[in-house]
Design a binder for this molecule. Sequence first.
Ligand SMILES: O=C(O)c1ccccc1NCC(=O)[C@H](O)[C@H](O)COP(=O)(O)O
Length: 203
Amino acid sequence: MIRAKICGITHVDDAVAAARVGADAVGLVFYEKSPRAVSVSRAREILQALPPFVSSVGLFVNADPATIERVLDGCPLDTLQFHGDEPPDFCRRFGRPYLKVLRVSGEEDLRRPVDDYFDAQGLLLDCAVAGHWGGSGQSFAWWKLPDLGKPLILAGGLRADNVQEAIRVACPYAVDVSSGVEQSPGIKDHDKMGQFMAQLQGF
Ligand SMILES: O=C(O)c1ccccc1NCC(=O)[C@H](O)[C@H](O)COP(=O)(O)O
């Protein structure tokens, strides 16, 4: 089955439910202006509740290094996800696996970012929306993603009723969802998470 991350988890019970319905990873937002922001202590509680083989991804937006180090000291995240304008040297300085987010609006040449972020675990494509760094619930115009030797993760406005089409068009390595499985920003809807994950069967 295609891999999936459920992002913007703020509560232990949502993380446990995400794992139960088959999410491979949960995303925790360390960006204080987000309605989905979590504290380090809440993040640690969430990580401690995760079952084996479900990984944790910490999201940052142009954070200063000391902030990221403080989060990592208190909370052993598996992967960092950079949503801002972080250059490659910044992303690699923490010595952790990382994902770089590219904000796109349609077909773009991805060779340059793939080269620049050569040591990223993957690149995550999200919709470019003015005034949003992520979690906008907006989709970009999907296209067949090229094989550039780097896992490409599709995000932006995915929901149970469009994720199959998105996968058929784009053929990503994995999908990432946040607002499409929520009741309200930061509060996940467990039924919607289950319906989303059910759509991934067979891919
Ligand atoms: O969720 C936020 O509020 C957020 C704020 C700042 C940077 C990133 C943020 N979220 C990223 C995500 O949750 C997802 O990885 C991605 O943007 C897809 O979100 P959605 O379109 O809501 O499915």
